[in-house]
Design a protein around this ligand. Sequence first.
Ligand code: SF4
Ligand code: MSK
Length: 646
Amino acid sequence: MSEKHIERSYDAASQKMIKKADEENIKIAWDRYDAMQPQCGFGELGLCCKVCNMGPCRIDPFGEGPQEGVCGATKDTIAARNLARMIASGAAAHSDHGRDIAHALILAAKGEAHDYHLKDTEKLKRIAEIYGIDTQGKSIEKIGEELGESCLSEFGRQHGELRMASRAPAKRQALWRKLGITPRGIDREVVEIMHRTTMGVDNDYKNIINHGMRAALADGWGGSMIATELSDILFGSPKPIRATVNLGVLKEDQVNIVVHGHEPTLSDVVREAAKDAELLELAKKYGAKGINIAGMCCTANEILMRHGIPSAGNFLQQELAILTGSVELMMVDVQCIMPALSGVANCFHTKLVTTSPKCKFPGVEHMEFKEEKALEIAKDIIRKGVENYKNRVKERVDIPGEIKGLVAGFTTENIFHILGGRYRATFRPLNDAIISGRLRGAAGVVGCNNPNIRHDWAHISMVKELIKHNVLVVQTGCSAIACAKEGLLTPESAFEYAGAGLQEICEAVGIPPVLHVGSCVDNSRILLILSEAIKEGGLGEDLSDLPVAGAAPEWMSEKAIAIGFYFVASGVYTVFGTPHPVLGSENLTNYITNELENVVGGKFAFEADPIRAAQMMIKHIDKKREALKLPPLMYEREPVRMSNNG
Ligand code: SF4
Ligand code: MSK
């Protein structure tokens, strides 16, 4: 393996496929990234504006050229507007996902989508209560329909407050009200960003960002939370489940179908359809031993968490999966789907199929998904994959052997049960572990991959450093998949990597030191875990009192910016690997990385070195422990190193 391939990814399976791409002269994300160098400095610093036709305008970062746009906008205004628009896009993406799930729930409840059933009826009633729905004497279907409609109305709500935001601690809600950033309607806050940031409206960078936080909160405590909760109701709440991850989950002797994107609506039935006797028979006819469904990105996380369907990898592995030469069909829905996929698929026999009216590619077959005919459409898609097996070129098949086991499927509710034991569901043992100093605190490590950082390396290095210092880690998205590939998402990994206190807890309760809580919208689960910890008592009154921190070490998506802002606006210190595009404005940079702490209790930091970033998070956790007057940590020594079988 050459230096170049090793430098690009930490993951051995990916290195092999990157090498193969090189040998076959197939351009993939890293090559396109290199070809893009040097990237636009104005864009990187947030100093380019094209919101009106007097522009585009750019501010000279060296102070020698123009310092104002044609309209007079300063670097502070321009950079803040650009950042706020990133929040708007990210919040829109998550929330539109939530809207689609609400729509699917209504169809299922009305009996118009026969392939779906309301699976978690207990949660249905609990969430219905939050929406003030009287459940007495009503059928499950009626409650489901009313809840779906109530959630849908949250998107267009014009007055009042989002109902889900009432789940935050009282002190936090009061602060949001005082600051005027309690989210009203989900769509409303996103639209208002677009209004404020158009030419000639909001020129005060702080005012722009404060509204950005409101829209981000509408995502985390609104659209994303609706997506998570209604998915649990419709597809079943996850439970801890063992599964496998990495390109090695693809099978040499089976039809491989990869489901990629974000939404669980189609992938959940694809999994069902793959068991169809007629399709299995057809696969045999073509010489395949079966039909293998594997996930990619967050669609993978959705079906991994609920059904243990293997994950072929994370964001930067989508092209690499096709490069194995073993994928008959890749089916995509929405978000994080590289436009380059069609070109790479054309180099192999792989069929790419789009399924959402929101996501089409020129020249790529579109098989539109409709909830009303979910299973039928899923079978049609699989059939296409099965029929494509005969076109597989055996000599080009090259599946890296790397594969790891993991435990996924943790949620706010089941952590509650696991910790409290069988008879008394409670967060008490978690709070007590932190209060007594056995656990230092907790961290959420989430987000994407980005060719500007060695693939997976930052996630894995950061998480190892955190657990070594007795910080319990919760993860979502591509970050969770990265750490799963390193074996960190198994209970056994505690013995190898965790500090002594965390090790004790993992051993006593049988959990991994790194908990996979789902897809990107499931970051809302982390908000609720934090809220439950406050409710349990002994760790302060507000989320900003908790000894916790967040991070997105390899972020690339606008959605990561929205997530970052809803954590910061909820009071959480959050470290990003590479900076937001704001460094061209010293004022804006100072506002979000410094002053914001006095406003909302949380703030951002930017640090590319994952170990240093982890240490910054640990320092912050220790600062919070001190403020809570918690006793010193029980274990400051290095972790006990034991082999997996010892
Ligand atoms: Fe230039 Fe102002 Fe128009 Fe932006 S809004 S493009 S800074 S004139
Ligand atoms: S899929 S948003 S690359 S985490 Fe959610 Fe991964 Fe980031 Fe997409």
